[in-house]
Design a protein around this ligand. Structure first.
Ligand code: GLN
Ligand code: ZN
Length: 752
């Protein structure tokens, strides 16, 4: 006996990143649509078959987005921003890529600004932000992609003789969909009345096709919601109650908090809760059951959709048995969230002996859900035990640097002697095909360590020579030796394990391979000193030592989700980085940049938890820079997020110089400085490195003209808004030439 079991979603990249490779070939015109669709279909089929083989009692589909689920749904709803005029002649497959990438690979339509991309709650996944007009209509709906998944899943079930297995379709629910969209209307909720009939129509058709369940993802139920959004839930679901299909409203990534009563009492058949991201799961379950009307189903997500560790069966049984006693056949067991955030399959990994049996990727989690369903009814006894990592709390108090900014900056200036508006770049230079080739040969053992080193040194020399020619003031070595700014450091630290094939979708076809925290983190040896020293010896200009900060390393790794453990880990990483700062400084490096692009990302979803996060994040950053002498200049860099709401915490980090993305967020960020001030030095990114077009210097100057209104010119730097590794050398040189030209001009204007 078992409770019904299901998952909330599965990775769609494929165990060998087949989706990525197929789509990229397609966009480049190297593979036709037919072959591309077949490649995607093979991944889809495996995803359904794996659920069947694992023995899940409900099979889930609809989540197989080709780029992003929010985007697919927006396209299905006929949303098409006016700048993409004509795009309706593309089928929905091609149109979604045009919106997401701003480029129509069929060549029919010209490049346009791509849809904005934003972090999916507190994960490292990015969704595409649907753009709604003030008076948005949803007339041109096209549900073919969703219906195709249903028909295909049904066919696979039938082939397995499982036609009686209930099928569940995943949709982003209407309230979260609107919440996550951007809109020209004054009130986003004004779209709800027009959107609901679209959902009703879709649900109705799904019902006719024999779909028993629809999982309405409403992750915003985990946020602190304003009253009007809470009311919108009631309005929306009152309008959607009709069976079949039955609806299950899914929350995840945090508890329901103040939305508990609301969620439990929506007129739907069931509610899903994620109990993997609270340290009081038992109380949480009790609270929800207490609120739940006695005819409703409760799906309990005990298998963590964001953890690579096996589920603790003893704990799971304890939680589920209690719930089963009260709910009986109204209990479902599932994953906390979608498994999208996990690598696909552990099978191809060489797992070290001390980790064997302790790890589970998405495919392994399917089986875990099935076991948990049996644990709930008491049909099997808990077997696998806790695999939580054991950490030694970081005992030494976190340290802070000596000196106050104004005095430090003066001492640094005495040593560095930089001109007004010093120019610099963010760290990486183009990752050329030669670099990638050398690295891949080295990985395969075709290139010796010595030859690899020589090849990378040649790249560093090239970067130095180019900067010399350009007349940049503060140099970088170009990061040729780094695949990824987190993975690079993780491989040199104890306490991390790096998988070979543990890819996770970050956005579209971009995948990342997050390191896995397996124990106490420390740094046995220097990680960057040799490279930086080599680069510094090539020039008289100051060479920046380039490090990734503790907040970013932790946020972009697989690590336990509880705040207490994360606080310990962050400080352990901070100590490792601090030791590296010390070694760089001893090697004669006088400027060290500690990048924190993910500084804001780890922010907890509930406001009540946020102050603690900020203070710990700031504390660990400061510790990582704490051994810097007063005349060693500490830089940091941030990008990818909007920072308007956390400038005070950024100030608290007390870096001497921050280089920050401002060009895409317009100049709003500078506006924020007007209000709150910024007391240290800042390099507002003067151009967007994401664009292949050469930015012209007058646009760059606007940023400086604007910035000097709020920040004294003595504290302003000039730099691009992010690293240059995705650009080629030609683009890089012409953009930087313009930047240096512009700087000469503003020096004349403002030194007067
Ligand atoms: N130093 C890194 C680079 O230039 C920073 C990357 C980032 O901000 N994401 O590539
Ligand atoms: Zn950046």
């Amino acid at each position: 006996m078992s409770t019904p079991t299901h998952i909330l979603g599965f990775p769609r990249i494929g165990d060998k990143r087949q989706t990525k490779f197929a789509l990229e070939r397609y966009w480049k015109g190297k593979q036709d649509k037919q072959a591309t669709l077949e490649a995607l279909q093979a991944v889809f089929t495996t995803n359904i078959q794996d659920q069947i083989d694992a023995g899940l009692s409900i099979v889930t589909t609809g989540d197989f987005a080709h780029y992003d689920l929010v985007l697919s749904q927006a396209v299905a709803f006929g949303i098409q921003p006016p700048r993409f005029e004509g795009a309706e002649t593309l089928d929905t497959f091609d149109r979604q890529f045009y919106f997401a990438r701003g480029r129509d690979h069929t060549g029919k339509y010209e490049d346009k600004a791509a849809w904005q991309m934003t972090k999916w709650f507190d994960t490292n996944y990015h969704y595409l932000v649907p753009e709604l007009e003030a008076e948005q209509s949803f007339d041109n709906v096209d549900f073919t992609q969703i219906f195709k998944q249903v028909a295909d899943a049904q066919a696979i079930l039938e082939k397995n003789g499982k036609q009686d297995t209930p099928l569940k379709v995943v949709l982003v629910g209407p309230v979260s969909f609107l919440y996550l969209a951007s809109s020209k209307a004054e009130d986003k909720l004004s779209h709800l009345d027009k959107l609901l009939p679209v959902y009703a129509d879709l649900l109705n058709q799904l019902g006719q096709k024999g779909v028993q369940w629809v999982q309405m993802d409403e992750p915003i139920l985990s946020l602190d919601l304003e009253g009007k959004w809470q009311q919108a839930f009631e309005r929306a679901y009152n309008g959607l109650q009709q069976t079949p299909p039955e609806l299950i409203v899914a929350s995840y990534f945090d508890t329901l908090g103040n939305n508990c009563h609301l969620a439990c009492n929506l007129p739907v058949s069931g509610v899903h809760i994620d109990v993997t991201r609270t340290n009081k799961p038992k109380q949480y379950i009790t609270q929800v059951i207490d609120h739940l009307p006695s005819h409703k189903t409760l799906s309990i997500g005990v298998v963590d959709g964001r953890s690579v560790w096996t589920t603790d069966q003893t704990k799971a049984q304890e939680l589920l048995a209690g719930a089963y006693e009260r709910l009986q056949d109204r209990l479902w067991v599932g994953t906390g969230s979608s498994l999208l955030h996990l690598p696909v399959d552990l099978a191809s990994e060489d797992v070290p002996s001390e980790l064997q049996g302790k790890l589970a990727f998405a495919k392994q989690k399917l089986k875990e859900v099935v076991i948990c369903g049996q644990l709930a009814t008491g049909d099997v006894k808990a077997d696998a035990n806790a695999t939580d990592i054991k950490l030694t709390p970081y005992n030494d108090d976190a340290q802070v640097r000596q000196g106050v900014f104004s005095e430090r900056y003066a001492k640094q200036q005495d040593k560095l002697n930089l001109p007004l508006f010093p120019t610099t770049t963010i760290g990486s230079f183009p990752q050329t095909s030669e670099i990638r080739k050398a690295r891949s040969q080295w990985n395969k053992g075709e290139l010796s360590d010595a030859d690899y080193k020589t090849a990378m040194q040649a790249e560093i020399k090239r970067a130095v020579d180019e900067q010399e020619k350009l007349g940049i003031d503060v140099f970088v070595h170009g990061e040729a030796e780094r695949t990824d700014m987190v993975e690079y450091f993780a491989q040199y630290m104890d306490g991390f394990w790096l998988s070979k094939n543990g890819w996770v979708q970050s956005y579209g076809t971009r995948c990342v391979r997050p390191p896995i925290v397996v124990g106490d983190i420390s740094r046995p040896n220097a990680m960057t000193v040799e490279w930086i020293k080599y680069a510094q010896d090539l020039t008289d200009k100051p060479m920046k030592g380039m490090l990734t900060g503790p907040v970013t390393i932790l946020n972009w790794s697989f690590a336990p989700s509880d705040a207490e453990t994360r606080d310990i880990l962050r400080l352990q990483i901070a100590e490792a980085i601090n030791q590296e700062v010390g070694d760089l400084q001893d090697a004669g490096i006088s400027i060290i940049q500690i990048d924190e692009p993910a500084f804001r990302e780890g922010l907890p979803l509930k406001q009540a938890d946020q102050p603690h996060y900020w203070s710990e994040a700031v504390k660990s950053f400061k510790h990582s820079a704490s051994c810097a002498n007063e005349d060693t200049q500490i830089h940091t860099h941030m990008c990818y997020s909007s920072f308007h709401d956390c400038l005070n915490h950024i100030s608290d980090m007390d870096a001497d110089v921050i280089t920050i993305e401002t060009s895409r967020s317009g100049l709003q960020l500078l506006d924020a400085f007007k209000n709150d001030g910024y007391h240290n030095a800042i390099g507002p990114g003067v151009y967007d490195i994401h664009s292949p077009r050469t930015p012209d210097s007058s646009n760059m100057q606007v940023v400086i003209d604007e910035a000097q209104k709020y920040i004294p010119v003595e504290r302003l730097w000039v730099n691009p808004d992010c690293g240059l590794k995705t650009r080629n050398w030609e683009e890089t040189i012409s953009a930087l030439q313009n930047m240096v030209e512009m700087t000469k001009k503003v020096r004349e204007v403002y030194s007067a």
